[in-house]
Design a protein around this ligand. Structure first.
Ligand code: F6P
Length: 544
C-alpha cells in the first residue's frame, strides 16, 4: 500500500495556521498567561526531558498542527513505515531501518518475506567478528592484534558511524577508529600516513559498491597496503559491507569477509546495520547492542504514543510551524557536549537528503516550503561564533539545545559552567533585554546620558527567540540511540506531512553521473562533452 498523497495546504489546519501566524506570539506572555506552561509543553520519556515551552506556540497552534498530522494520515503512515510497506515508492523499496533494532515486534516484511532472521544472522556476524577482533582471536596478516580500524565510505556509509564513534569515544576499546570519505587524495594520505598496515583493519562500506569516491579510496588504500603485503593477505585486513556482493568479490575481498546490507535500509539510516561495523569494532559489540536497544525504545515511544505526547511528532510539528508559517529559513542544533560535534553534519544528510524535495507524492511541484536547512556546532564554542546572529540578527532561527545532567569524565566544576551556559542561553534568547534594562545597566557606567542614549539601540535584544531544550541524563550508547532515532522519526513525520518522498535522493545521483563525464574531459586531451562556456574555460585553465 502506498502512502496517501494529500496536499497539506488543503487541510483546515493549514488555513487556520496561516491566520494564526499573523498573531504576534510572545513567549514570555504565554508563560504569564499559563502558569502550567512548562508541564503542558514538555514531555518526559525515560532519561529524556523535552521542554518545548519556549516556543512561539499555544495550545491552539499545537492543535492545528496536530490537524495537519491527521490530514496526512500520519497514524497509518507510521504503521506502513514499521511494517515494511514500500513507502520509498520511486525506488519501490521498504524503509526498514527500524527493523534492524527491533526485538519486540518482529513482524516486518519485505515482499511478503519476514526479514527478522536475516537481520539476526547479520547481527550475529557483526558480534562475532568484532568480539574476535577485540579479544585478539582474529589477527592481521602478520598475526598481530589490530590497533586501528579505517572505515572507507561516504555519505550514509560514513557520517553515521563516524558521528557515533566520536560521540561515544569515552566508551572506546583498544582499537582506534579512522574515517576516509572524501575522494580528496590528501584526506586519504593524511589518514593513512601514520598507520601501520600490519595492524590496521580496513572496512569498505558502500551499499551500492559503485560509489566513485569510495572505490577510488579503497583502491588507493589497497595499493598502499600491497606495498608491504601480498595479494592473499588482503583477506586478513580488508572486509566490506555492501548489497553488491559480486562487485565486492571482484574487488578481491574474501566471501567470508562480506557483511550484507539490504536495499530496504537507506544509506543515511544504515548505521544500525552492518554499515555500523566500525562502531562495533571500536566500541565493542555490547555498546553497539546498547545503541540499538536505545533506538528501539524511541521507536516504541514513537509508534505507540499519542501524538500530543509523542516526541518526534511534536518536534516535527514545531519545525513545520516555523518553516511553513513563520518563514524560518533554517534551524540549529546545539549540543552542549563536545562529544556530539559531528551531530550536525550527520543530521544534515539525514534531514536534507531526505526532505530536500520539491515534487509531492503525486508528482506535482509543491507550492509550499519543504526540507529545513539544518546546521549547528557544540555550545559553548558556538556562542562565540554564530550566536550573535541568532540573538540580534534579522533571521528567525529556532534551535534545539541538547544537554546532559552528568558529564562523562566527572569534572563537575566544568560541567556546571557548561550547563549554566546551556540554561542561560535559552533564557536569554527568550527574554532578550529591554531598553529599560539597558538603561539601568549603563546608569552606573562613566557614560553621560547622551552617550547612553546613543548606545541603547545596539544593546537591546528583542528576545522571543524559540528553542527546544532536550535534557538527557547522560550520554550513553543507549541515550544516543534514542536521540538519533528521535531525529530519524522527526524527519519521517515532516516528509509525510509535506507529502513528499523522503527516502530517495535523485538529486545526488545526478551529481554522480555528471562527475564521471567531466572526469573524462579532464583526463583526456580533448574536451568532448558539451559544457557552458564558464565550465569549459575553467576546465581548460585546470589543464593548462
Ligand atoms: O549521497 C548519496 C548517497 O547515495 C547516499 O544516500 C549514500 O549514503 C552515499 O551516497 C553512499 O552510497 P554507497 O553506500 O552506495 O557508497
Amino acid at each position: 500500500m502506498a502512502l496517501k498523497s494529500n496536499s497539506p495546504i488543503k487541510s483546515e489546519g493549514w488555513k487556520t495556521l496561516e491566520e494564526l501566524s499573523k498573531l504576534n506570539f510572545n513567549i514570555q506572555s504565554l508563560f504569564e498567561e499559563n502558569p502550567n506552561r512548562f508541564e503542558d509543553f514538555s514531555i518526559r520519556f525515560d532519561d529524556f526531558l523535552i521542554d518545548f515551552s519556549k516556543n512561539l506556540i499555544d495550545e491552539n497552534v499545537l492543535n492545528q498542527l496536530l490537524e495537519l498530522a491527521t490530514h496526512a494520515d500520519l497514524k497509518n503512515a507510521i504503521q506502513q513505515y514499521f511494517s515494511g510497506e514500500a513507502i520509498n515508492e520511486t525506488e519501490n523499496r521498504s524503509v526498514l531501518h527500524t527493523a534492524l533494532r527491533s526485538t519486540k515486534d518482529n513482524s516486518a516484511k519485505v515482499d511478503g518475506q519476514n526479514v527478522h532472521s536475516d537481520i539476526q544472522k547479520v547481527l550475529d556476524k557483526i558480534k562475532n567478528f568484532s568480539d574476535q577482533i577485540n579479544s585478539g582471536n582474529r589477527t592481521s596478516f602478520t598475526g598481530q592484534n589490530f590497533t586501528d580500524v579505517v572505515n572507507i565510505g561516504i555519505g550514509g556509509s560514513d557520517l553515521g558511524p563516524q558521528m557515533v564513534v566520536d560521540a561515544l569515544k569515552y566508551y572506546q576499546k583498544d582499537i582506534t577508529p579512522h574515517f576516509i570519505s572524501n575522494v580528496d587524495g590528501d584526506h586519504v594520505m593524511e589518514t593513512i600516513k601514520d598507520l601501520n598496515p600490519e595492524t590496521t583493519l580496513f572496512v569498505i562500506v558502500s551499499k551500492s559498491f559503485t560509489t566513485q569516491e569510495t572505490l577510488s579510496n579503497a583502491n588507493t588504500v589497497r595499493n598502499w597496503f600491497l606495498k608491504c603485503a601480498k595479494k592473499e593477505d588482503v583477506k586478513h585486513n580488508f572486509v566490506a559491507v555492501s548489497t553488491n556482493i559480486e562487485a565486492v568479490e571482484e574487488f578481491g575481498i574474501d566471501k567470508n569477509n562480506i557483511f550484507p546490507m539490504y536495499d530496504w535500509v537507506g544509506g543515511r539510516f544504515s548505521l544500525w546495520s552492518a554499515a555500523g561495523l566500525s562502531i562495533a569494532v571500536s566500541l565493542g559489540s555490547k555498546q553497539f547492542q546498547e545503541l540499538l536497544v536505545g533506538a528501539e525504545s524511541m521507536d516504541l515511544h514513537f509508534k505507540n504514543s499519542d501524538f500530543r505526547s509523542n516526541i518526534p511528532v511534536i518536534l516535527a510539528l514545531i519545525s513545520i510551524w516555523y518553516n511553513n508559517f513563520l518563514n524560518a529559513e533554517s534551524e540549529a542544533v546545539i549540543p552542549y557536549t563536545q562529544y556530539l560535534q559531528k551531530l550536525a553534519p550527520y543530521l544534515q544528510q539525514a534531514s536534507m537528503e531526505s526532505n530536500g524535495k520539491s515534487v509531492d507524492r503525486s508528482g506535482a511541484k509543491v507550492n509550499y516550503q519543504t526540507g529545513n536547512i539544518v546546521w549547528g556546532e557544540p555550545g559553548t564554542n558556538s556562542q562565540h561564533a554564530f550566536f550573535q546572529l541568532i540573538h540580534q540578527g534579522t533571521k528567525l532561527i529556532p534551535a534545539d539545545f541538547i544537554g546532559f545532567k552528568s558529564s562523562l569524565n566527572g569534572n563537575q566544576k566544568h560541567h556546571d559552567i557548561l550547563m549554566a551556559n546551556y540554561f542561560a542561553q535559552t533564557e536569554a534568547l527568550m527574554k532578550g533585554k529591554t531598553k529599560d534594562e539597558v538603561h539601568a545597566e549603563l546608569k552606573d557606567s562613566n557614560l553621560n546620558s547622551e552617550q547612553i542614549q546613543k548606545l541603547v539601540p545596539f544593546k537591546v535584544f528583542e528576545g522571543n527567540k524559540p528553542t527546544n531544550s532536550i535534557l538527557i541524563d547522560k550520554l550513553t550508547p543507549n541515550s544516543l540511540g534514542k536521540l538519533i532515532a528521535m531525529y530519524e522519526h522527526k524527519i519521517f513525520v515532516q516528509g509525510v506531512i509535506w507529502n513528499i518522498f523522503s527516502y530517495d535522493q535523485w538529486g545526488v545521483e545526478l551529481g554522480k553521473q555528471l562527475a564521471k563525464n567531466t572526469l573524462k574531459d579532464i583526463t583526456s586531451t580533448k574536451i568532448e562533452n558539451e559544457h557552458d562556456s564558464s565550465t569549459t574555460n575553467l576546465i581548460k585553465a585546470y589543464k593548462s
